[in-house]
Design a protein around this ligand. Structure first.
Ligand code: 6CS
Ligand code: FE
Length: 300
């Protein structure tokens, strides 16, 4: 096991004896104004303000077909199903997610390195980037469960040891995201507040949290305060659309009881200047297929 870089001061205490909401201490967009790349300046300032940016068409229909076929291949592969990187639905036992697809699949490795994807991550993070986590989420119809409200950074700080909010996610739709089949919901502007949650992280928490998160979820009071202050935006879009969102945006998604799957590929880029150190609030590290560690390879 490689030794992690020295742990820095904990800017975002969480999973202690009480819940506390504090202002964000890090920038949202780390690059200098006018930085070149696929995002226009106005789009970057929208991202800075809201904590997200929705692209109606990142991929063409032909490209979606390629990635959808690769998702179906991975999900249908019995060897993958037995792999620890596959997470199944608690009730139906259908495959819910497959992690580390950027390393398992050359097709998804290409998507990660696509300039339309990695170029936007570099613009937001202001540096070279590497993949902290990637996953495909199947979210099949007829009852796939959603993800309760949470900040991804709260988990990536507490359990994976990311010191700063210098991490960005992109969710790329591989099926139609209707307003009925369990779409992503984000509270606009919530990324500017950190909710330090109450309650210690159980050992091997990830074995449960990736099916149903418990540790690191805010209280009803905190969520009501955030929702009253920021509102809630539901993201819909065609297959090929993409939502970029800040690591600390408060988000979640509902169950999918329609016949229509809500499948996506989810890629998390972290700045090479923000490498994982020891977990800030967990007894052990999570496996590297969930939270990558140095020595990592920056995306070319
Ligand atoms: O724990 C994690 O890293 C994952 N959990 C959720 C609910 N969203 C972010 C991430 O994929
Ligand atoms: Fe999440």
């Amino acid at each position: 096991m490689t030794t992690a870089p020295e742990r820095t001061a904990d800017l975002y205490p969480t999973r202690g004896t009480s819940e506390v909401i504090t202002p964000r201490k890090d920038p949202v967009v780390w690059s200098r104004p006018g930085v070149e790349g696929p995002f226009a300046a106005a789009e970057l300032s929208d991202f800075d303000r809201d904590g997200f940016f929705a692209l109606p068409e990142l991929l063409t229909a032909d490209e979606v077909a390629v990635y959808r076929a690769e998702l179906d291949r991975l999900v249908g592969d019995p060897a993958m199903r037995a792999d620890p990187r596959s997470i199944v639905e608690p009730t139906s036992q259908a495959v819910r997610s497959v992690f580390e697809v950027h390393r398992i699949s050359e097709v998804f490795a290409e998507l990660v390195a696509d300039p339309r994807v990695v170029g936007r991550a570099r613009q937001i993070l202001g540096s070279d980037v590497y993949v902290h986590q990637s996953r495909i989420n199947v979210k099949p119809g007829f009852g796939a469960s959603g993800f309760y409200w949470h900040s991804d950074f709260e988990t990536w700080h507490a359990e994976d040891g990311l010191p700063h909010m210098r991490t960005v996610s992109v969710s790329i739709a591989l099926t139609e995201n209707y307003d009925t089949n369990g779409g992503l919901m984000i509270m606009p502007g919530s990324h500017r507040y950190f909710v330090g949650c109450e309650g210690a992280t159980p050992k091997d928490n990830y074995k449960k949290s990736l099916q149903m998160q418990d540790a690191g979820t805010p209280s009803d009071e905190a969520l009501t305060t955030m929702a009253d202050r920021h509102g809630i935006r539901l993201f819909t879009g065609r297959a090929g659309s993409a939502t970029w969102f800040d690591c600390n945006a408060m988000h979640g998604s509902g169950d999918n009881i329609t016949p229509y799957p809500r499948s996506n590929v989810f890629i998390v880029f972290n700045s090479v200047e923000n490498p994982a150190v020891e977990p800030f609030a967990a007894p052990v590290r999570r496996p590297e297929y969930i939270g990558a560690r140095a020595p990592f390879v920056p995306v070319k």
